[in-house]
Ligand binder design. Structure first.
Ligand code: FAD
Length: 356
């Protein structure tokens, strides 16, 4: 791995301000993707301030290259080496920017680990994020797909974010409306992929708890644990997640590989003829959400393995690298699932994981 230092010195100012960010050449991303795929990027840097970020982007050898922003790589599948520059924002910090007693606004740096932030908030008595405990990844990536779990989504506690706009070369502040959050979606996934580098996210949290228990087994597990507080709820969520999902440190994976598909009533009715027990969640537009895990299981892929790739036995929505698999092998495996589910149910699964 080669490395060179960028040192910028602003002359004309009373203070000389050296800004340094390491720019690495042929950098391994194996530890920066939770599938554990052994791939490299041509260039890599982790700017820990806005100044060092813009300094990197201004470099001649970087300006013309494809650019990819990554956080902790828990929602990305690399199928080959990346021939551009990977920016891994290193901006940290948690600061209260407004405290109105019952509600607070807290600004968090993109590089903070998501679960570390949820832990800090719950400990301090800032509530609203408990159900999102233990989701892997960074704070800066959380708005990209409006992370969600156990009946809560990021958008519910989101106030605004700050980002570097690569198109107009300036900082912007985007509120909830501008981000157009939906189910695992936002402008960052749809209209404007690769336009913004998120540097900070500001959350609106409450001092009074509002426990969300009406999802799956949460209420029962909370009662069994004799839970009372948001801290207890966090523990229960962690317990449920640990019992269902593989730990990426042991079994490389990217969480749910596919989104839960929304289908029209006609398709749902067809599936119901053969499978009267099909689980479904109707929406306001007369469409029906069917759990992707159910479709994958019924198509015969639960716990199925091909070489070093397979679905997780207790959660078929998760595709696992059992050791040494390439990104291409994981992709090919996922393609077979897509084709099979389409053939059997007429439903096209969409990947949640970003493919590179
Ligand atoms: C075991 C497991 C369980 C999971 N469970 C859930 C779950 O319950 N709910 C859920 O919603 N997700 C879940 N995920 C997916 C993942 O945790 C989230 O999508 C998370 O937000 C990704 O964070 P990251 O930092 O790893 O992002 P990365 O994987 O590094 O990047 C994801 C996307 O965000 C972009 N990005 C990252 N940082 C920035 C930034 N600062 N500015 C602009 N763009 C950026 C990347 O370009 C990419 O498009 C799970 C993943 C795993 C491995």
């Amino acid at each position: 791995m080669g490395s060179e230092q960028i040192i910028l010195i602003f002359t004309g100012s009373q203070h000389y301000a050296p800004l340094m960010a390491d720019l690495h050449h042929q950098f391994s991303l194996q530890k920066l993707n939770t599938f554990g795929i052994a791939i490299k990027t041509a260039w890599f840097c982790r700017p820990s301030s806005l100044d060092s970020l813009t300094a990197i982007l201004d470099r001649d050898e970087i300006r013309e290259l494809p650019l990819l922003v990554i956080g902790e790589g828990s929602n990305i599948l690399f199928t080959s080496d990346f021939k551009g520059v990977v920016i891994n924002p290193g901006i940290k910090g948690i600061e209260v920017v407004e405290d109105k007693g019952e509600q607070l606004l807290i600004r968090v740096g993109a590089a903070e680990n998501w679960d570390h932030w949820v832990h800090q908030a719950t400990e301090k008595g800032w509530y609203g994020l408990e159900n999102l405990s233990l989701i892997p990844g960074s704070v800066g990536a959380a708005p990209i797909q409006n992370i969600g779990a156990y009946g809560v989504e990021l958008k519910e506690s989101f106030a605004w974010l700050e980002a570097w706009d690569l198109q107009n070369k300036k900082m912007v502040k985007l509120d909830k409306q501008a981000c157009k959050f939906g189910y695992r979606s936002s402008i960052f996934k749809n209209e404007s992929p690769a336009r913004y580098i998120i540097t900070h996210v500001t959350f609106r949290l409450n001092r009074s708890p509002n426990l969300v228990l009406d999802y799956g087994k949460v209420r029962t597990a909370f009662a069994e644990a004799k839970g009372k507080s948001p801290g207890d709820l966090r523990k229960v969520i962690i317990q449920i997640r640990n019992s269902k999902l593989p730990d990426p440190a042991q079994f490389g994976n990217g969480g749910s590989f596919f989104k839960n598909p929304m289908v029209g009533r006609a398709i749902y009715n067809c599936i119901r003829v053969e499978h009267p027990d099909v689980p479904y969640y109707p929406d306001k537009e007369n469409r029906v959400k069917i759990p992707a895990a159910w479709l994958i299981e019924k198509a015969g892929w639960k716990g199925h393995k091909v070489g070093n790739v397979g679905t997780w036995p207790s959660q078929p929505l998760v595709i696992v690298n059992y050791g040494g698999a390439t990104g291409q092998e994981i992709y090919d495996f996922s393609e077979q699932i897509v084709e099979d589910v389409d053939r059997k149910f007429g439903v096209l699964l969409e990947r949640e994981v970003k493919l590179i």
